[in-house]
Write a protein of this length. Structure first.
Length: 320
């Protein structure tokens, strides 16, 4: 992991950029942790567009990588901002870097992210526009699943239903299996492990497009939940995960303007689902999705900044 981080830092040095550094014109370089999932990469570019065009004097750079190397880089001061920290997933590392004072939590980017088992809403309520009648009008919770197992029949084990619990190796998969055990669901269901997150998503989309039953693990915010009308079953909820903005302590100590902006930065789960759906459906780049966010949720981001900053950002958007 250290080798990966060192390579990323050397690449920044080669291009003349470094965390909290300055360019020849006096512009301050701000380095974002560009983790390998969609939502953080969009948020990085939303924040960067506002900083570069609204405040001025900032230049954004992005370091790609995985969670732990990037968090270690944030603690070391090689990275300035981590826009979307799901730190319950790396609690020990998070506790170490925040406890030492190297990293500061500036508050939530979005509300705690839900995870659990979802079904299509049309299973309960029907969908007249698609000609779908309610299949399981009483299906509201995990405890209701045994009476509806035939709807989810497992083609490989037709005497039982199938619950897609998550891919092998995911922490969520083990938690789903615990839910099955605690609720006695192994009597009527098998736990199916799709080979990857992509396969899990494809299974949901395929069933939804055909108006068929589906039950399995998923989470928000995601493009799929933004596109499809899914509902979570009661009793399947995982502990919600915090999604916060972290910075290197030098940001707080040296740049109150930037600190205040990031403290104000706050979005909703619905907005994140919508922007990720736009990313996928429109085949947009992360930068294009950031522009979509700024145009679509104008009242949200203007509440983070002063009127003067908002006016400059609006002017920059108008020129695109």
């Amino acid at each position: 992991m250290k080798k990966i981080l060192n390579i990323a830092v050397l690449m920044l040095l080669a291009t003349g950029a470094f965390a909290a550094g300055s360019q020849e014109d006096g512009t301050k370089t701000i380095v974002f942790a560009d983790n390998n999932y969609d939502s953080i990469q969009v948020h990085n570019r939303v924040a960067a567009f506002i900083l570069e065009n609204g405040y001025g004097g900032y230049h954004a750079e992005y370091v790609p990588g995985d969670t732990i190397p990037l968090i270690n880089g944030l603690a070391a001061g090689d990275i300035d901002i981590y826009m979307e920290s799901w730190h319950e997933n790396f609690q020990d590392v998070y506790d170490e870097v925040t406890g030492s004072g190297q990293v500061v939590n500036l508050g939530p980017n979005m509300p705690p992210a839900p995870q659990g088992w979802y079904i299509p809403r049309y299973m309960v309520e029907g969908d007249p526009e698609r000609g779908i009648e309610p299949m399981a009008p009483g299906l509201q919770s995990v405890s209701d699943l045994p009476q509806y197992w035939e709807l989810f029949r497992d083609p490989e084990n037709p005497d039982k239903g199938r619950i897609l619990v998550g891919p092998p190796g995911w922490a969520a998969t083990g938690l789903s299996q615990e839910i099955m055990e605690e609720n006695g669901l192994y009597d009527t269901y098998t736990d199916f492990l799709p080979g990857s997150g992509t396969a899990l998503a494809a299974s949901m989309v395929s069933a939804y497009e055909q108006g068929e039953p589906w039950v399995g693990y998923y989470w928000e915010p995601t493009a799929i939940i933004g596109r499809l009308d899914m509902v979570m079953l009661e009793g399947s909820e995982f502990p919600p995960t915090s999604v916060d903005v972290l910075v290197n302590s030098s940001v707080v100590e040296e740049d109150p303007q930037l600190t205040e902006f990031l403290e104000n930065y706050s979005t909703s789960l619905a907005q994140n689902n919508q922007m990720l759906a736009a990313l996928q459906e429109g085949d947009l780049s992360y930068q294009e999705t950031a522009i979509y966010f700024l145009n679509e949720f104008h009242d949200t981001w203007t509440s983070w900044v002063s009127d003067d900053v908002a006016a400059r950002v609006d002017a920059a958007l108008a020129e695109l």
